[in-house]
Design a protein around this ligand. Structure first.
Ligand SMILES: [Zn+2]
Length: 201
């Protein structure tokens, strides 16, 4: 009876051990399977970066970056002292610059060398002793403007620079007389109020 009891106990123990072994195996297998499944399901997908040529936009960006690089370098380089910097001269303008000329609104009349215009001084020599030449263009002005002062009178000699070479009895203050060779031209000029440019001495 004792022998049978021990045999049953041995059998049960064997079965238990076997069961535990099977369970362990199954559990292990299951764990491995679940682990694999979990890995496959939740692992982040492997990103493969294909080596493709840059698109047009990317190329533009690259070029822009290349272009900005020298500027950045230039800004980083210490600037030259002001005294050593080369200043580009201002381009020459056809219009006289404002610091060399000033403008005065003037009453501009005209005259010719005839006795009607010049009376007793109709000798072909101006107040400064200038002998009138064919094609001469000049003006008579107040003595505040020295002989030789350069003026630009709109509408007279196509805006070219003319000099003060004469005086006139009625030419006082902001008045000038523009010279013409013929009396008719002087009459046609009439009386004009113009912005006369005067060269600063
Ligand atoms: Zn005249």
């Amino acid at each position: 009876m004792e022998k049978i009891k021990s045999q049953i106990i041995d059998s049960v123990r064997l079965i238990l051990v076997a069961t535990v072994c099977i369970l362990c195996f199954v559990a292990g297998a299951a764990y491995t399977k679940v682990d694999l499944w979990m890995t496959m399901r939740y692992a982040p997908p492997i990103k493969i970066h294909p080596v493709t040529p840059p698109t047009a936009n990317e190329q533009k960006t690259l070029k822009a970056t290349e272009k900005t690089t020298p500027t950045e370098l230039a800004s980083l380089t210490p600037s030259l002292p002001l005294g050593k910097m080369k200043t580009t001269p201002a381009p020459e303008r056809s219009e006289p610059s404002t610091d060399e000329w000033h403008t005065v609104r003037m009453r501009v009349t005209a005259y010719c060398p005839c006795p009607k215009c010049c009376g007793q001084y109709a000798d072909g020599i101006t107040a400064c002793g200038h002998v009138i030449q064919p094609g001469d263009t000049f003006v008579a002005a107040d003595k505040r403007y020295a002989f030789g002062t350069e003026l630009i009178v709109p509408g007279y000699t196509h805006g070219q620079v003319v000099k003060v070479l004469d005086r006139g009895g009625a030419i006082k203050g902001d008045r000038i007389d523009v010279f013409f060779h013929f009396h008719q031209e002087a009459l046609e000029w009439g009386v004009q109020y113009l912005d006369v440019k005067i060269h600063n001495k």
